[in-house]
Ligand binder design. Sequence first.
Ligand SMILES: NC(=O)c1ccc[n+]([C@@H]2O[C@H](COP(=O)([O-])OP(=O)(O)OC[C@H]3O[C@@H](n4cnc5c(N)ncnc54)[C@H](OP(=O)(O)O)[C@@H]3O)[C@@H](O)[C@H]2O)c1
Length: 323
Amino acid sequence: MKAIVFENLEKGFCFREDVKRQSARPDEIEVQVSSAALNKRDDFVIKGLYPGLVEKVIMGSDASGIWKGRAVLINPGINWGDSQEVQSRDYQILGMPSHGTFAEWVKVPQQNVYPAPDHLDKHEAAALPLAGLTAYRALFSRGKLQSGQKVLISGGGGGVAMTCIQMALAVGAEVYATTGSLEKQEKLIDLGVKSAVDYGKEDWDKTLQKSFGNFDLVIDSAGGDGLKKLIGLVKPAGNLVLYGGTKGKSDGISPQIIFWRQLNIMGTSMGSDRDFREMLELVTKHKIRPVIDSVFPLDDFQSALDRLRSPHHFGKVVLQVAE
Ligand SMILES: NC(=O)c1ccc[n+]([C@@H]2O[C@H](COP(=O)([O-])OP(=O)(O)OC[C@H]3O[C@@H](n4cnc5c(N)ncnc54)[C@H](OP(=O)(O)O)[C@@H]3O)[C@@H](O)[C@H]2O)c1
């Protein structure tokens, strides 16, 4: 079958047409992939920035597909375990170290396969799982977001961040964002955010604070220099939830602000099977549709990756696998 394979750190990935289909264990099923979606994780794998890399593994965490004639999508989190608090030691994300979704067929535990919500087409269904799961847990299971609360989402043009924005709007929160360009600020306002500021401008935090005050909940995946400013924007006793660290380590964080304001600073990663089911319920109830930036054929993975890496992408980059 055709697949995108992580070769090794020197060569990166390659498109191959001769990859053998894996035989499924009794608890697994084989899904015929319709569409697959890229995540920042795929970029990190190719750049060698992801832990535990295994050579010759089919990449990709997200897919929609067909199983027994039904449109399905896949929860990429395998073996979360029984606790809602934290994943088990056996937890894995599809696409590294196990074979993933950038292929014509993918084998997964049957419990990870769900009917796709009827209102989504195959590209939207592929774009949902990883971003939807991460966003849902960050906002609700960890961030305890309530209708009417004020939430700030950093880097609103990203795949997970934009899903956070859509979900927060759906439950009636007042949503604000930071983003990297004027063009994206305008697009985020069209999506429904009340205000969006450019995180590249020097005093973006002060601009936001002056007009809108502080926030009940702040969601971030960048870390780096911006994190201290985001901490300063949380209301007393408010929550800040981090799901990524794209910009690396953060200097200058003030312990005084954290303890005096009684802030809750939390990490989150992917989500439990329950989070995934609740995420699908929310998306179905509110007819949320992932924003698709662009679609590329599987054999043009390089262009899809270039688009993911470009600062201009807005929403999810998708691979069309089947016609
Ligand atoms: N722990 C987990 O479960 C989990 C799951 C998914 C993703 N992640 C992590 O979350 C991060 C985003 O992933 P993704 O798949 O959503 O990636 P993505 O679609 O490529 O989005 C990345 C976004 O980062 C934003 N960004 C860049 N520089 C920034 C800055 N200085 N301050 C704030 N935002 C900035 C950009 O926002 P604009 O477009 O608005 O400029 C960009 O769109 C990655 O680090 C990824 O590894 C973690």
